[in-house]
Design a protein around this ligand. Structure first.
Ligand code: SF4
Ligand code: SF4
Length: 204
């Protein structure tokens, strides 16, 4: 399920994400956290950069922090896993129409990237993850995930998606005792979305 608003943090300075990671370590100090988030929104001009109002900005930042905190908690368990998969969102493909040559297999269910465009983020992520031994799924939506997890006994999952989709994936992985790492989209909108390749490389 998408956010009810769109945002684009891809032009926000990299230091913003370092700040988010730092704040994640302080998670639990809720009153202080909200104040800190408001400071970050002002300091990085998030409302001007994204067009979001204050409450939507807070939602996005809170989700980024929650995901970062979960990543940190899960990291050591994830590093011990051997059989892993990467879930990529179809909305980050270079093309959303028939110029994308990926093939959908309903029996999995997943697309397989055909590597038609060297500058497509999905292509780069797919090749990177496969070199590291991951199975890669290019998903039209989170509803495909339960079947994939039931068919394949993965120990670790890296998921790229917007924060809202991640909220669905998290409990599912916990219930199946699968260690997860999340890469949130930094530009949402269900088409031409963006995730940070450097972050993905580090997490993989
Ligand atoms: S590189 Fe893969 S995901 Fe990207 S447009 Fe081509 S087939 Fe689709
Ligand atoms: S932004 Fe992408 S991951 Fe999020 S709901 Fe839309 S299609 Fe799914």
């Amino acid at each position: 399920m998408p956010y009810r608003f769109t945002f684009d943090l891809s032009k926000v300075p990299r230091f913003f994400f370092t700040e988010i990671a730092t704040v994640s370590y302080q998670k639990g100090m809720h009153k202080a956290l909200i104040k800190k988030l408001q400071e970050i929104i002002v300091r990085f001009r998030i409302q001007e950069a994204t067009g979001l109002n204050l409450s939507d900005s807070l939602v996005v930042l809170q989700d980024l922090i929650d995901l970062q905190a979960i990543n940190m908690i899960e990291r050591s368990r994830f590093l011990q896993t051997k059989k892993r998969a990467l879930f990529l969102p179809h909305c980050s493909r270079k093309y959303m129409d028939n110029r994308c040559k990926s093939i959908f297999d309903a029996s999995i269910p997943s697309y397989t990237c055909a590597h038609c465009s060297p500058d497509c983020s999905i292509n780069k992520a797919d090749q990177l993850a496969k070199k590291k031994g991951y199975d890669v799924y290019l998903l039209p939506g989170g509803s495909c995930i339960p079947k994939i997890l039931k068919t394949n006994r993965y120990e670790g999952i890296v998921g790229v998606a917007c924060g809202e989709e991640m909220k669905i994936l998290g409990p599912l992985l916990s219930s199946m005792d699968v260690a997860g790492q999340a890469i949130p989209l930094i530009k949402n909108g269900c088409a031409n979305t963006i995730f940070n390749m450097e972050t993905l490389t580090k997490v993989l």
